[in-house]
Design a binder for this molecule. Structure first.
Ligand code: ADP
Ligand code: 5GP
Length: 209
């Protein structure tokens, strides 16, 4: 049996740079990122099945009733959800799995998977956050204000997470996340047993699932 992979949850307010940081993290590492489902309309350039699975509200509600989601939440008026079976399959097969989800979703995952690694991405300042959401150019004025106001409340949930990473420079943020993941893999309380191979004299570790 493979060692199970880590469940790494990257979360934080809209516009802090979660998507940007995750993309850079995946360019440098062999992690598996979960593709969520959403009822939000696709933005220019977004591809169904890559950015998200874009569903109608009815399709999304069907999936809720079929218990298909590890977690789901209503975020800024749309539903977003993480597919359950695929994420569990990947972790069990030994892949390190990244979830890029909002704070409500992260807290739900934490209830069921306290062994996950919960990382909160912070902007360098609220002024910079506003600039980033505005410059991204994807939101209406109303949606921009909703996201910005929510960010003030969402930062209060930082204490529920294991790690805080300020996304000032993308490369620094990615370096920090890589260090967190490496340290988490070395944690003694993640090791169920160490087996000494009597022939080879090698140490094998078995991780908790
Ligand atoms: P989120 O996924 O958290 O909503 P995005 O990754 O879409 O945020 O980033 C929001 C905007 O900020 C994007 O236009 C992105 O290019 C920009 N951005 C992300 N990280 C940085 C950074 N470290 N410095 C400057 N701009 C950034
Ligand atoms: P956006 O509309 O900007 O792509 O995403 C809005 C928010 O929804 C972001 O904070 C993003 O992280 C979050 N999100 C994306 N997928 C999921 C998901 O599967 N579950 C939850 N709870 N939030 C998600």
């Amino acid at each position: 049996m493979n060692k199970p992979g880590l469940l790494i949850v990257i979360s934080g307010p809209s516009g802090t740079g979660k998507g940007t940081v995750c993309k850079a993290l995946l360019d440098r590492n062999d992690f598996w990122i979960s593709v969520s489902s959403t009822t939000r309309r696709p933005r220019v350039g977004e591809v169904n099945g890559e950015s998200y699975y874009f569903l109608s509200k009815e399709e999304f509600l069907d999936k809720i009733s079929e218990n298909d989601f590890l977690e789901y939440a209503e975020v800024y008026g749309n539903y977003y959800g993480t597919p359950k079976s695929k994420v569990i399959e990947m972790i069990e097969s030994g892949e390190d799995v990244i979830l890029e989800i909002d704070i409500q979703g992260a807290l739900k995952v934490k209830e069921n998977y306290p062994n996950g690694v919960f990382i909160f991405i912070l902007p360098p300042s609220m002024e910079e956050l506003k600039k980033r959401i505005t410059n991204r150019g994807t939101e209406t004025e109303e949606s921009l204000m909703t996201r910005f106001k929510c960010a003030y409340k969402e930062i209060n949930y930082l204490s529920k997470y294991n790690y805080a990473v300020v996304n000032d420079e993308v490369e620094d943020a990615v370096n920090k996340i890589e260090s967190i993941i490496l340290a988490e893999k070395c944690r003694v309380d993640r090791i169920k047993s160490t087996i000494l191979d009597s022939k080879e004299g090698l140490i094998h570790e078995q991780l908790y699932d």
